[in-house]
Design a protein around this ligand. Sequence first.
Ligand SMILES: Nc1ncnc2c1ncn2[C@@H]1O[C@H](COP(=O)(O)OP(=O)(O)OP(=O)(O)O)[C@@H](O)[C@H]1O
Ligand SMILES: [Mg+2]
Length: 386
Amino acid sequence: MAGQPIRKPTRLEPWQDAGQAPYVRIEKVTKTFGDFVAVDEVSLSIYRNEFFALLGGSGSGKTTLLRMLAGFEQPTEGRIFIDGVDMAGIPPYERPVNMMFQSYALFPHMTVEQNVAFGLKQDNVPKAEIRDRVAEMLGMVQLSAFGKRRPHQLSGGQRQRVALARSLVKRPKLLLLDEPLGALDKKLREKTQFELVNIQEKLGVTFIVVTHDQEEAMTMSSRIAVMNHGVIAQVGTPTEIYEYPHSRFVAEFIGSINMFEGRVVEASGDHVLVASEEAGCELHISHATPAPAGSPVAVAIRPEKIALSKEPPPSADGAAGRNATKGVVREIAYLGDVSIYLVELPTGKTVRVTAPNVTRRTEMPITWEDEVYLSWRPFAGVVLAQ
Ligand SMILES: Nc1ncnc2c1ncn2[C@@H]1O[C@H](COP(=O)(O)OP(=O)(O)OP(=O)(O)O)[C@@H](O)[C@H]1O
Ligand SMILES: [Mg+2]
């Protein structure tokens, strides 16, 4: 994720501050279509000025949840509060909310400027102010030179940015963006991510952004909710979600991960030992787990936390045979800054390891069919019971 925006740490994270009232409060909201449950008892608190990401696979209920916040759908059960006000029965245009739809539609007969100005005109904003605000927004999305064009004279990515400008120009308190950057190429996407974060900090808007793209969610958001089949699987900061997934689903959904099936042989307040035939060694993890001795668990280890060496590693935690195993390099993918190694263990299990490409003169490079040691530190693993 090199070269991507990193959020400046805020001094106090509002969700940890018991005195702060959430700006958006979703209370046990369920939405059914016939007997299909699209959103299943979701509860969420989102705070003012958050950049909150909803991340999940196709059909997991993200758009449905946004549409209920915007007022285009009514919850079947549960309640939604925005700024302390119960939204039941409040129509979309009376909510302090603007939504940019997944399939945004620009007015084809209007120019870019007219498209962006449309909402302001309807609100009878004075002409001079409209001109200034539209120009400011077009500058922000880097379309100043395109104001006189019509949508059919734009690329898909440019149209998407017009839709973004149109949803921002009214300065809503709460902006709901459904896949706002989906049509942009990688470079422009990264640039627009920076812009969005800047806009958000400048205008003080609360953003809820739906995305398929986990990297985007990781880099832009204050917190992420991972959705799966209408249920929130986990809510947390990008680091929490990446480093401390609560379930196999979240661990596997975000980034790449190695899962070793095993059984708890020892569990105490500060460490766990897991016997894993699959890993070919005992796993020592330096955090507690609620899973008692004897229970089946998986230990998840990220590829960048595993070290590769041709020489036996100095024992990571002082006990031989723990957190170290041996295998044969089957595949190497060179990605420039890092390489990915797929290492096959005698058990048949393939382990993915990523290593930065820094040449060390003292070591022979690791190559195909080499026998290698894999080792990791006790803090690298996460024990997952479910
Ligand atoms: N009006 C509707 N009638 C019936 N089923 C619906 C309706 N709207 C959504 N669904 C179903 O609800 C589920 C969730 O849909 P939703 O659009 O919220 O998914 P999503 O997470 O936004 O997916 P995607 O990433 O593909 O946009 C889907 O299975 C969808 O088919
Ligand atoms: Mg959707």
